[in-house]
Design a protein around this ligand. Structure first.
Ligand SMILES: Cc1ncc(COP(=O)(O)O)c(C=O)c1O
Length: 371
């Protein structure tokens, strides 16, 4: 493993733009990172507080109650039927799962990990940790022989792209042809906005219409970080193929990778309550409704972004020029190049600003534009 060769965290490159944005007389509006800004709901904090007597080791596989809650959540919120407790596994947030899955599956030199072209960087980092090769592609026909793991991400970060049932099914079919594991990273699934996703749930890779009722080789990752403002708790889970879940559970037992017992107790309560998820979604809906027209008025075109936590936008010039122009208006966004080499002219706006900060950004954009 060439851990010494991992790249520096790219956010360091943002420092000069952050300094410029912070110097704005009305303060910075930081929309560069998808870190929740609203409080953790009281019922979840209470569940954590009630579980602080945690003298015994927690279960790597999750408490039976938590596993049942994950199964019930998939059925209720995602339309995924047929799961049992053997199909689920809690994780310490989902980032560690993304980063370590190739290694935990035993991938190495010569193996290929496919991920989307515009992608969360951790898919490629995970390939690198395992010593495997990453390959960016959204076209299943182009996935090469030697592919051992495919990452899908719907709704996508950074672009908000949603894969419908036929697209998911085609990806699963191709992965099966290659003998690869396929994993859907679905952490933005509750945040559908436009077109059919305004009314229909975003489909899961575990949907029986996608898998044909056979979960072999298929995994989903989900996180409570965004839907429940729990990013600081590190609360997430994986689900799918029972044989893979059992293998991963064994590795994780040996490696000591289990969510703390109080966090498992908090997750259980979070998964049972749909009201706070709906309330949070309404906050993001309102912020999106303010920010999107303001970005458009300032000359940015919004691409994709039908679901998820971000607006994916371009002015048709180099992303860093847009980042600089935004910083001059006190606004920090994420440059497309942080999400791979296929998005040199895009920038990503996170909806994770307070109502007041999003309104400030909108008023600066509509009054002064970007050029
Ligand atoms: C696509 C995607 N996957 C996974 C994660 C990790 O989330 P967490 O580790 O908080 O569960 C993020 C966080 O931003 C993400 O955007």
């Amino acid at each position: 493993v060439a851990l010494g060769e991992l790249p520096d965290y790219p956010w360091d490159q943002m420092a000069p733009f952050a300094a410029t944005a912070r110097a704005h007389p009305d303060g910075i509006v930081d929309l560069s990172i998808g870190s929740p800004v609203d409080p953790t709901p009281a019922l979840i904090r209470d569940a954590l507080a009630a579980a602080t007597d945690a003298h015994a080791y927690p279960q790597t596989s999750g408490t039976p109650a938590l596993r049942e809650a994950v199964v019930a959540w998939f059925e209720r919120r995602r339309g995924v039927t047929g799961l049992t407790e053997a199909n689920v596994l809690p994780t310490i947030g989902s980032k560690e799962f993304v980063a370590w899955l190739p290694f935990m599956l035993g991938l190495g030199s010569g193996d290929v990990v496919v991920h989307p072209r515009a992608a969360y960087p951790t898919y490629a980092i995970g390939a690198q940790i395992a010593g495997a090769t990453s390959f960016a592609s959204d076209d299943p026909a182009s996935w090469p022989e030697g592919t051992k793991l495919v990452w899908l991400n719907s709704p996508g970060n950074p672009d908000g792209r949603v894969l419908d049932v036929p697209a998911l099914a085609a990806a699963v079919a191709r992965a099966r042809q290659l003998g690869a594991v396929i994993a859907g990273d679905e952490c933005y699934a509750e945040l559908g906005w436009d077109g059919r996703w305004a009314t229909e749930p975003v489909p899961s890779i575990l949907d029986p219409e996608v898998t044909g009722g056979d979960l072999t080789g298929v995994l989903a990752a989900y996180s409570l970080s965004k839907q429940s403002n729990l990013a600081g708790y590190r609360a997430a889970f994986a689900a799918g193929d029972a044989a893979l879940i059992a293998r991963l559970t064994t590795v994780r037992k040996h490696a000591g990778m289990m969510p703390p017992a109080p966090v498992q107790a908090a997750m259980l309560v979070a998964l049972g309550d749909d009201a706070h998820v709906a309330a949070q979604k309404e906050l993001y809906r309102a912020r999106r409704a303010v920010l999107k027209p303001a970005l458009e008025a300032s000359g940015l075109r919004i691409d994709e972004s039908a679901a998820g936590l971000y607006l994916w936008a371009t002015e048709g010039r180099d992303a860093w020029e847009t980042i600089a122009a935004l910083a001059d208006r006190g606004i920090l966004a994420g440059p497309g190049p942080f999400y791979g080499s296929f998005s040199p002219e895009h920038v990503r706006f996170s909806l994770t600003g307070s109502d007041e900060r999003i309104a400030a950004a909108a008023s600066r954009l509509t009054s002064a534009g970007l050029r």
